[in-house]
Write a protein that binds this ligand. Structure first.
Ligand code: DGJ
Length: 741
């Protein structure tokens, strides 16, 4: 049972379950001190010896006649700047006097069952009181009257803690929040490798490691979206930690806008981790009576390696962040026309693609960009969400009915946040875009960003989308976002609130998602931002899957999907089989390898099946039969990464069913070689006592054998007995089935 204990005498809080302990206490100056986060330890009333206080040269102290108590040398929960601590703070508030000094002192606490919602923000949730306990710490700065509430939720049976902060102006004068992080964690040493997910368009979420050292290590976004470049996720792992074993702490921010995750190692080797909205450019005015809620951040502790950490995130984000009708349902196999036609289509061309797909067993046809307004290319139409009757004579409702008559569901692309200057919406409301008066308004892909911080803008887009969704048979929406924000400024906010626009924009995006998902609860939403530019936990709350990358090449996808799986469930990873030569890297990979990669995701096709040979079509039919049979296991099973594409020529990952009776092992070899060494893979997650039949080659092995000796993956590519089928970009899926005892 998840428990929160308060020891009155020592003013110590202990949050624990059977996996983790989190300890903190009230310090002598009334601030909250951090004691411990890690593997579960026994409770006891007094841990004060862990609050280490030493006098050090060149230090400033809080109390007169005391040379031990300096915030610079004490680990804290939500530190402030300027009162003896010179490290980066969790909160910074500019006051009318020009001062930024605040002094948040403990006033009390509340413990509740379950978890409260965060108004207007995506967050993890519980379905019953027994699933979690929440602690609210209440602190106050007496000079400004600002109240600070720190929220901590500990989940039953999970090594995860959700945290956020709320600031309420209970004083008499305006305040400006310049920094309001979601969490701060001061760790007692720096013996960690920092692991981040970085990249660029078509190369998202590559795993990057660096040794933590004294100074600052950080990732952030200032683009208005969580970004292709950095993901709001970081792990700190011990140097000996592997996928399979060792300690790691994962940090993830449930947010889709500008963020910052930072580790500051001081010169005494203490590590301060802060996670939250990027303070750069952030300035939120808090008038008396107003409050500000930070996004939620989640910390996961695992002593079972990176896989242990990822599995915790997968369970939590798959079941208690993602919501609604599709949360637990295997995802429909779709065909998307983008790479098949780009903007060059007619209704007949689309129906031809759909007919062939339906014959092969595809369940959902998705019409991508180009169906609306004057959208014949990138220059026009965004903002006019009305079907282009030249292309679609009977509109979206007519096309969706024809698709349904074929026996498939119909899905539609939108890019709700954008507008082209060549559009009726822009002509009507040129002041609706984000732009700074007197400055150039930069474009990206010839498009401009609508000011979603304004309710009337969101309302208008909602009306247009709601109309199409109500009038047509739409089962799926792909929500795209194809540029970052520049010259961020809202025409309707006063000068001293312009620092709020980036955050207000994201709140507007969440608001539109919220209204649409509430009105159309059975529509499946897939988020997208030129592929993986906004693949973050914030959007997972509304859209249970996201198009992981515009790069659909199977080899590139190994890295993208491997990195993505560090934090995000397999059911959320949008992945398709596309044509060869691939449109992003012009590589030719075998059809089976493209499917073998895509099936560890939502699975679909992004090509015109009419252009395939009869033999290839037969292969596609078999892939779809396979996917339908095993998608539940692939998307919702326990996922293990075994061999990393960042380190080796071979990549291996696998999914195991909850009852451990079935497993699917994906094996991928990028380049072939002559006379290769022996190859075997030590599997994970099987039941050691089950006898498994390896359906791929008909052999039988106990689980312990497969996990300790390993699965043999050597093949016949050796010299003169080379098998012509074994070439570059080879892959196979091993199906393991437990035999009945
Ligand atoms: C970017 C997306 O990632 C693509 O899949 C496609 O939808 C295009 N936008 C359409 O403009």
């Amino acid at each position: 049972m998840a428990k929160i204990i308060f020891h009155e005498e020592t003013k110590t809080f202990h949050l624990y379950n059977d996996r983790i302990s989190y300890l903190m206490c009230v310090l002598e100056n009334g601030h909250m001190g951090q004691i411990y986060f890690g593997k579960k330890i026994h409770d006891k009333p007094d841990f004060s010896y862990l609050v280490e206080k030493y006098g050090r040269p060149m230090t400033s102290y809080i109390f007169e006649n005391d040379r031990t108590f300096s915030l610079e040398h004490i680990r804290q929960e939500y530190p402030v700047y300027g009162s003896t601590d010179y490290r980066h703070p969790a909160v910074e508030i500019l006051q009318g006097s020009g001062s930024r000094i605040v002094d948040f002192r403990y006033e009390g606490y509340e413990i509740s069952q379950g978890k409260p919602e965060l108004k207007g923000l995506p967050a993890t949730y519980t379905e019953s009181g027994e699933e979690a306990e929440t602690l609210k710490l209440i602190l106050k700065d007496s000079v400004t009257g600002c109240r600070l509430e720190l929220l901590y939720t500990i989940f039953e049976g999970e090594g995860a803690l959700a945290r956020s902060a709320r600031l309420i102006n209970e004083g008499k004068e305006d305040l400006h929040l310049l920094t309001a992080m979601s969490l701060n964690l001061d760790l007692p040493d720096k013996d960690y490798i920092w692991m981040q997910l970085s990249g660029a368009w078509a190369r998202e979420r590559h795993v990057k490691n660096r040794v933590l050292e004294q100074g600052i290590t950080a990732v952030d976004s200032r683009r208005g979206n969580s970004s292709h470049e950095q993901n709001p996720f970081v792990a700190l792992k011990r140097p000996c930690t592997t996928e399979e074993s060792g300690e790691v702490i994962g940090f993830s921010l449930i947010y889709s806008g500008n963020f910052r995750i930072q580790a500051e190692v001081d010169t005494h080797d203490v590590t301060r981790v802060t996670v939250g909205i990027n303070p750069e450019g952030f300035d939120w005015k808090l008038e008396p009576g107003e409050e500000f809620q930070t996004p939620e951040a989640v910390m996961v502790y695992s002593c079972h390696g990176l896989n242990g950490m990822s599995q915790t995130f997968h369970r939590l984000y798959g079941k208690r962040l993602a919501r609604g009708y599709w949360r637990d349902r295997p995802r429909p196999i779709l065909i998307n026309n983008w790479e098949a036609t780009y903007f060059d289509f007619t209704e007949e061309k689309l129906l031809n693609i759909a007919r062939k797909a339906q014959e092969c067993g595809v369940e959902l046809f998705v019409l991508d960009d180009g169906w609306f307004g004057a959208r014949n290319g990138e220059h026009a139409g965004l903002g006019d969400w009305i079907a282009n009757r030249e292309r679609l004579p009977e509109g979206i409702s007519g096309l969706s009915e024809k698709i349904e008559a074929l026996g498939m569901k119909f899905g539609l692309w939108f890019e709700p946040e954008m507008v082209n200057k060549d559009s009726d919406l822009y002509r009507e409301h040129p002041d609706w875009i984000l732009q700074t008066p007197g400055r150039n308004a930069s474009h990206g892909r010839y498009q401009y960003v609508l000011d979603f911080s304004r309710k009337e803008v969101v309302d208008r887009i909602y009306e247009m989308m709601e109309k199409i969704l109500s009038e047509s048979k739409i089962s799926y929406i792909k929500w795209d976002m194809n540029r970052s924000i520049t010259e961020c400024y809202s025409a309707v906010l006063p000068a001293d609130r312009q620092g709020e626009v980036f955050h207000r924009y994201i709140l507007g995006v969440y608001d539109l998602y919220d209204r649409l998902t509430a009105k159309f609860p059975e529509v499946l939403f897939e988020s997208c931002a030129s592929g993986g530019g906004r693949f973050d936990p914030g959007l997972l709350y509304y859209a249970p899957q996201g198009w992981a990358s515009d790069d659909s090449d199977a080899v590139e996808r190994l890295k993208i999907q491997y990195g993505t799986s560090m934090c995000y469930p397999i059911s959320s990873i949008g992945s398709h089989v596309s044509v060869v030569p691939n449109h992003q890297v012009f590589r030719n990979t075998p059809l089976h390898t493209r499917a073998n990669v895509a099936c560890f995701g939502t699975f679909g096709y992004e090509l015109d099946l009419n252009k395939l040979t009869g033999e290839e079509l037969q292969e596609v039919r078999e892939q779809i039969v396979f996917m339908k049979e095993y998608r539940e296991l692939l998307q919702f099973g326990t996922f293990y990464r075994i061999k990393s594409p960042f380190e080796e020529n071979e990549t291996v990952w696998m999914s195991v069913s909850r009852d451990q009776k079935t497993a699917l092992v994906g094996y991928y070899r990028v380049l072939n070689g002559a006379n290769l060494p022996y190859s075997r893979v030590r599997l994970q997650g099987l039941n050691p006592d089950f006898l498994y039949e390896n359906i791929y080659n008909g052999t039988e092995h106990y689980g312990d054998e497969l996990m300790n000796y390993g699965l043999i993956t050597t093949d016949g590519s050796a010299g003169e007995i080379a098998d012509a089928a074994c070439t570059d970009f080879e892959s196979r899926i091993y199906l393991l089935k437990a035999k009945e005892a």
